[in-house]
Design a binder for this molecule. Structure first.
Ligand SMILES: [Zn+2]
Length: 303
């Protein structure tokens, strides 16, 4: 079965070649760099194809002024519509009424479900998250909102225990240290990557949201930035060790820049890095110039 493993990293952009402000200029990202034949992920890095992966600097501003935001950026990735243009500006972090209406009308998870294709968000959410949603203390962000609108169940602590779902930090350490669960699994970064590849074989679209990169960009230090990027690179190494380029596509992208500039704590207007890995990458990536390109490419590829 054709399948896509979509690894969404919130808040990573292509910035200056400055190791004092940009963790991408400093981090040892051997897997991401090897897919670029040794180049780093920086503003001047051009589109590239190394025979296994295509790299596409991707416009997250989409003709709308001001720094891009998560709700409109993610809604654009999930609908193929230029959501900031439709609602008259970038908006985030959580969807407002206008973004909510767009996401609930049609999104990639709903479209796949209507075609009988399977799709899933493999982030596990703790019990307290569901309780806060039910009590109205917390709103969905764009990605779980889109999944919920398609009547696809969000994954729980039980799914994490059973190995179907993943922790936002990949390894599950955060469920033990932050959330105080005592019985959830903990993996190495490499093992988490291998398991992501394995789990993605069960469905057409397997989506994973790594929101920690944006949190680090807002609140962390550049050393935190280096660490979170190197952790992702190790996960990706594990994914690729368990991945056959004939079997499907791995897609990596973001909604806006942030972590690539520690001279301030807010989002940037930089392009974001997109990787499409796998033998059929050309057909998938040809239409991708900005965030509107993903949903049509996913639907085309899985049809
Ligand atoms: Zn943010």
């Amino acid at each position: 079965m054709r399948h896509i493993l979509f690894l969404f990293l919130d808040g990573i952009g292509l910035g200056d070649d400055d190791p004092l402000t940009n963790p991408f200029a400093r981090a040892n990202l051997k897997t991401l760099h090897s897919l670029l034949d040794g180049k780093k992920l920086l503003r001047d890095t051009p589109e590239h194809d190394n025979g296994r992966a295509r790299f596409i600097p991707t416009d997250a501003s989409m003709g709308v002024g001001g720094p891009p935001q998560s709700a409109t950026g993610q809604a654009t990735i999930l609908t193929g519509l230029n959501v900031p243009q439709l609602i008259g500006g970038h908006w985030g972090p959580k969807p407002n009424q206008a973004v909510t209406e767009i996401l609930k009308r049609e999104n990639v998870f709903m479209s796949l479900a209507a075609k009988g294709k399977s799709a899933v968000l493999i982030n596990a959410y703790p019990q307290r998250y569901f309780e806060a949603i039910t009590r109205g203390k917390r709103m969905y962000s764009a990605i779980p909102m889109a999944v919920d609108a398609a009547n696809i169940p969000l994954m729980t602590a039980d799914d994490l225990r059973a190995g179907h779902a993943f922790s936002a930090d990949f390894t599950g350490e955060g469920w033990r240290t932050e959330l105080k669960y005592e019985d959830t699994p903990v993996y190495s970064l490499n093992e988490a990557g291998k398991r992501l590849a394995e789990v993605s074989r069960q469905r057409g679209l397997t989506f994973f949201e790594h929101w920690i990169t944006d949190v680090v960009g807002h609140r962390g230090t550049i050393d935190d930035g280096v660490r979170v990027l190197e952790r992702f690179d190790s996960v990706l190494e594990g994914v690729l060790e368990n991945w056959d380029d004939e079997e499907g596509l791995i897609v990596i992208t973001s909604d806006h820049g942030n972590i690539e500039n520690f001279s301030h704590t807010h989002h940037t207007q930089n392009k974001v890095p997109t990787y499409v890995i796998g033998r059929r990458r050309a057909g998938f990536s040809d239409g991708i110039r900005d965030l509107t390109g993903f949903t049509p490419a996913i639907l085309r590829y899985l049809d």
